[in-house]
Design a protein around this ligand. Structure first.
Ligand SMILES: N[C@@H](CCC(=O)N[C@@H](CS)C(=O)NCC(=O)O)C(=O)O
Length: 228
C-alpha cells in the first residue's frame, strides 16, 4: 500500500483537526502502512480558493481526505466512514444500542461549529471598511451558549457523550471546545471544563496538537460582544 495516496487537506485547528485526531486515535498511518501527507492551507487564502482543493472538495472547504481513489469531504461523513472501516470500537453500528445517540452527537457538532464559524467571520475575519454587527454577534453568542448548555446537560454524570465510553462523537464535538471558549466563558459549564481536561489528557489528542503547533488564528484569549 506504500504508493497509495493518503492525504488530508487541512487548515490549522480547522474542522480537519477532527480527521487528524481520528487518524491519530485509530493509528491509521500504521494500519495503512503509509505516512499521512498533510496539505496545509491558510484559511481565506488565494491558494485555498484556487489551488487543488476544489478538485477534492465540492464546496472548496476543508477537510478533504484522499485514500487511494477514495475522496471525501465533510468531517462528519469522513468520521463515520473511517470508524466503520477501520475502528468500529469508536462508533455504534446499525442495530446496536446507542446508535441514535451516536448519530445525534456526531451531527450536533455542526450545529455548534456553524455558530463558531459565524463568530469567526464577524470577530476575526472582517476588516474595515466592513463592520461586524453587534446584534448578530450577540445572537450567535447566545445560540452558541445554548448549544454548549445542551452538551453540558448531556455530560451530567457521564465522562463521554455516549454511555459506551469515548467515541468518534467526542472527536466531532470535543474539537468544538477548542474554539468555543474564545466566545463563551466555559466557567458556567463545569461538566464541559472536566470533559475538555479529559480530552486534553488523551495521547491521540496530544499527538495531534503537537502536529499542529501553537494556534495562530485568534489574536486574543477572549472576544467579548462589542458594544452596539
Ligand atoms: N460541514 C463541513 C464544513 C466545512 C467547513 O466549513 N470548513 C471550513 C474551515 S473549518 C472551511 O473550509 N472554510 C472555507 C472558507 O471559509 O473559505 C464539515 O464539517 O466538514
Amino acid at each position: 500500500m506504500s504508493d497509495t495516496p493518503f492525504r488530508l487537506h487541512h487548515v490549522q485547528y480547522g474542522r480537519s483537526f477532527r480527521v487528524l485526531w481520528l487518524i491519530e486515535e485509530i493509528g491509521l498511518e500504521a494500519t495503512l502502512g503509509v505516512p499521512l501527507e498533510v496539505i496545509r492551507y491558510q484559511i481565506g487564502s488565494k491558494e485555498m480558493a484556487t489551488g487543488g482543493l476544489a478538485k477534492v472538495s465540492p464546496a472548496t472547504r476543508i477537510p478533504a481526505l484522499e485514500i487511494g481513489d477514495l475522496v471525501m469531504s465533510e468531517s462528519g461523513a469522513i468520521t463515520e466512514y473511517l470508524v466503520e472501516t477501520y475502528a468500529p470500537r469508536l462508533g455504534v453500528a446499525i442495530g446496536q444500542a446507542g446508535r441514535t445517540d451516536y448519530l445525534q452527537w456526531i451531527h450536533y457538532s455542526e450545529t455548534m461549529a456553524s455558530l463558531i464559524e459565524q463568530l469567526n467571520l464577524q470577530m476575526v475575519f472582517l476588516r474595515p471598511p466592513a463592520k461586524a454587527s453587534p446584534i448578530v454577534i450577540k445572537l450567535n453568542v447566545a445560540r452558541l451558549r445554548h448549544t454548549l448548555a445542551g452538551m453540558e446537560a448531556r455530560l451530567e454524570g457521564r465522562d463521554w457523550l455516549l454511555d459506551q465510553g469515548f467515541s468518534a462523537a467526542d472527536i466531532m464535538m470535543g474539537f468544538n471546545l477548542f474554539a468555543a471558549p474564545y466566545y463563551v466563558n466555559l466557567e458556567q459549564f463545569p461538566n464541559l471544563i472536566a470533559y475538555k481536561a479529559r480530552i486534553e489528557a488523551m495521547a491521540s489528542y496530544q499527538r495531534c496538537v503537537a502536529r499542529e503547533g501553537e494556534q495562530t488564528f485568534y489574536a486574543q484569549d477572549f472576544y467579548p460582544v462589542p458594544e452596539e
